[in-house]
Write a protein that binds this ligand. Sequence first.
Ligand SMILES: Nc1nc2c(c(=O)[nH]1)N[C@H]1C(S)=C(S)[C@@H](COP(=O)(O)OP(=O)(O)OC[C@H]3O[C@@H](n4cnc5c(N)ncnc54)[C@H](O)[C@@H]3O)O[C@H]1N2
Ligand code: MOO
Length: 436
Amino acid sequence: MTHDSATSGGTPEVGLEGLLSYEQALSRVLAAARELGPVGAEEVSLEEAAGRVLAEDVVAEEDVPLASRATMDGYAVRARDVEQASEKSPVVVRVLQTVTAGSQASARVGPLECVRVMTGVPLPPGADAVVPQEVTAPQPGGAIAVMRPVGTGANTFAAGGDIRAGEVALREGRMLTAGAVGLLAALGRVRVRVRRRPVFAVVATGDEVVEASAPRLGPGQVRNSNAYALGAQLRAWGASVRLAGVARDDEGALRDTVLAAMERADALAITGGMSVGLRDLVHATLAALGVQWRFHRVAIRPGRPVAFGVWDGRPVFGLPGTPGGAMVAAELFMRPLVRVWLGHPWHPPELTGTLATPLEMTPGRLRWLRARAWLSGGRLVVEPLARQSSSSVRSPAEARVLVAIPVEVERLPAGAEVRVRLLADTEWDGLPGAAG
Ligand SMILES: Nc1nc2c(c(=O)[nH]1)N[C@H]1C(S)=C(S)[C@@H](COP(=O)(O)OP(=O)(O)OC[C@H]3O[C@@H](n4cnc5c(N)ncnc54)[C@H](O)[C@@H]3O)O[C@H]1N2
Ligand code: MOO
């Protein structure tokens, strides 16, 4: 497959000298994120806790379960009484009482006695195992015949067997998944301290950029798609977003828009005007406002003109105007910052996949190709989209994953193993050619 705007020929790219590598740039972002320290905390109710990062260690105040309990419907016995039980010579035990969910036995189980129990009820005193109903047979006079032995503790869940009182059940920095929310509820924690969502002001720039709601476009105009796409990425990573409009390409307008946007924001993401054109004013204008840029321009494709800096302790990202460049630069640099800022460790969500089609492209930058992805026989297969122009709004929409092609690689055969980056909202495509 040949890629538009990524076509080979082996010609070296212009202006690559002195560009920071992806790894160098990422380490500067991570260093700054650590300097920021975790963002403040707030208390939320459990219904709002999913997807948030825990800002406290949650200690269990009681054993879970509180008492040992049956995990099968059957008969609570003393395991040693039924050691010799078999179908040929069953052991007959006397049923003292029946206990259903929500109550507990009043009787103590003695030699050759049992209590009929339902799943979940507390194990009666004296009993140490449960014989499942299926391996028993009723006998006349309120007794049962046990036809198989059970080991001590069989078909029971010991008190504190899940979590002991005093134990840390969930640690600070844990992302609250559905399962973690369930655990908090089981511990009676209906309110919990989580990291506040840092507020990102999202500013678009460009004389040609108009509101997404514009009914029709004039010549040379584009709708502001980047702000919405960036907003969606940021929310998926756990940040909150204020869309702060479109600034004209002049220093005054840019300054006013940014200053207004930052009045109530913790961070800034600004797109467009990052390159070398006559109207690419963002870098210089923000520097004049006091932004301390930590880098500008990285050897990645797309996204080369990306910049990152800090302004009075607040992170600032300058993202390319091209939709593909903005999406990739945000994924590569803004996502890790958001996660670390939230107090969550950053482990790049990357794995190895297999290329479905051969690739040919210009070397010189680390390429992050927007690609389709599906599972075949449990293996991840990726197919870079034909349209790789960073100007395309369609390729970010069709991409399930990003495929990283190393700086020096010019061609790869079908079947080659490649590094694949999962997005926060990655879902798989259907198998090509399969119905549905
Ligand atoms: N001579 C050079 N030209 C360019 C270089 C270079 O190194 N030398 N770099 C190229 C690369 S790589 C990129 S990426 C682009 C990015 O440039 P900018 O960040 O300055 O972006 P703009 O010029 O403002 O816009 C580019 C493109 O994207 C459209 N756009 C802008 N904002 C939005 C928005 N909010 N929503 C949707 N689309 C947007 C804009 O209309 C342009 O078509 O520069 C290359 N040039
Ligand atoms: O770096 Mo730019 O490749 O067009 O996004």
